[in-house]
Design a protein around this ligand. Structure first.
Ligand SMILES: [Zn+2]
Ligand SMILES: [Zn+2]
Length: 406
């Protein structure tokens, strides 16, 4: 890439293979104007004086959209400061994420309010000088988890959803994704309230049965968090409800075409056959890649806190994944670029499908597909420059080059 130009002074990218939902275009060109894509297609003659980034014969892809992410670079969104939010969003930008949904953990209501306020402060800064992934809303994830499926979250802060509490979060206007375990008393009211707020409504950290999932679906639930992690199975439902054996979250997601889910494709949470199974069963239009990444992203191996720095739960990063004190998984420590490379290496999904799962599919699930999620004229110019091995070389957000690898 040329140097000596300020970061905003680019008009497009040339010399790379375009990764589009419908396929690849070799020798591609992408142009933008006023922050929006104006041309996506094969190289053609362009107006003299246009300043084009050079993808170096690698790939040109859409910016990633992460629906489920806790932090990075030492910060967790639950730290509740604008600085922590900025730090996390900047770290994920370097890994190709251009749209991000800061995700809560289980915590007291005051801490959840602080996290939402910090995101509001960050969104105000986004209008000016941000230099990080764009926050499109908050994922209200904890605290409405089943206590027996809390995973690495503080299980003492798991509670049942009550309107007097959750309406405060919804009233912020920032919650765009809302999770609750379907078997909790009040879950249906929570789902309906979330649906009214046009959230992606999701069931997670749950031991729900088929009939509870069916009721949740009727109330607007359409997504399940991190498939196979902290969710019910036929044996877990048999243990809970006896015989005859009943369907679980897994069967409900696999059988119901409108349901989507997500996988943590870091190579540590799920073996290759499960990633292949998920993509073959649900297809790239109903399967999202998420990072579920914690504060240990881009940090040395060692001890950290999941959730708030003071009151969260301790975990250890071994440099590949987070581990709880009992040896269980404690969420991922890598960015979306890693998930994309792993999914490509581990499954039969081709590059357009893998990128779809990290961009267009999550954008569709939250209703933002007209604005972001793919390289298409009219959408925001969120563009990645990647080398042939899918390492991120440059990240453009709204037509501005915000990150360039050394
Ligand atoms: Zn989780
Ligand atoms: Zn998580």
């Amino acid at each position: 890439m040329q140097s000596g130009q300020s970061q905003s002074e680019w008009d497009g990218v040339i010399n790379g293979t375009l990764i589009l939902p419908a396929g690849l275009i070799r020798g591609g060109l992408v142009l933008w104007e006023s922050g929006k894509l104006s041309y996506v297609g094969p190289e053609r003659r362009v107006r003299r004086g246009l300043r084009l980034l050079d993808a170096g014969g690698g790939y040109i892809g859409p910016g990633f959209v992460d629906l489920h992410v806790h932090g990075g670079a030492g910060a967790d969104f639950m730290d509740g400061t604008v600085e922590a939010v900025q730090r996390s969003c900047a770290a994920h930008l370097r890994h190709g994420t251009t749209t991000i949904f800061p995700t809560t953990t289980t915590a007291g209501s005051e801490q959840l309010q602080e996290m939402i306020s910090a995101c509001r402060g960050a969104i105000e800064q986004q209008q000016r000088d941000w230099g990080a992934a764009t926050i499109a809303g908050v994922h209200l994830y904890g605290p409405y988890f089943a206590a027996d499926k809390s995973g690495c979250h503080d299980h003492e802060s798991c509670r049942i959803p009550e309107a007097i509490e959750f309406e405060q979060y919804f009233q912020s206007g920032l919650v765009r994704i809302a999770t609750c375990a379907a078997e909790l008393p009040g879950a249906v009211d929570f789902y309906r309230a979330a649906r009214r707020r046009r959230c992606l409504v999701t069931c997670g950290h749950s031991n729900a049965s088929w009939s509870e999932m069916r009721e949740a679906f009727r109330a607007g639930m359409r997504h399940v968090d991190h498939f196979w992690c902290a969710m019910s199975s036929v044996p877990s439902i048999r243990q809970r409800l006896g015989t005859p054996m009943q369907g679980s979250m897994a069967e409900f997601v696999l059988l119901e075409p409108e349901m989507s889910t997500e996988v943590i494709a870091d190579g540590c949470h799920l073996a290759a056959e499960l990633l292949e199974f998920a993509v073959r069963m649900k297809g790239p239009e109903r399967l999202c890649l998420v990072t579920d990444c914690n504060r240990a992203l881009d940090m040395p191996a060692g001890d950290y806190m999941f959730g708030n720095q003071q009151t969260g739960t301790p975990f250890t990063s071994d440099g590949r994944v987070g581990r709880a004190a009992n040896g269980g998984l404690a969420s991922a420590i890598v960015g979306m670029d890693h998930m994309v490379r792993q999914m490509h290496a581990d499954t039969s999904a081709d590059l357009p499908a893998v990128f779809r799962m990290a961009s267009l599919t999550p954008a569709e699930r939250v209703g933002l597909q007209r604005k972001i999620g793919s390289l298409e004229a009219g959408k925001r110019a969120d563009v990645l420059l990647l080398n042939r091995r899918l390492k991120v070389g440059g990240v453009v957000v709204g037509g501005r080059l915000l990150h360039q690898a050394d």
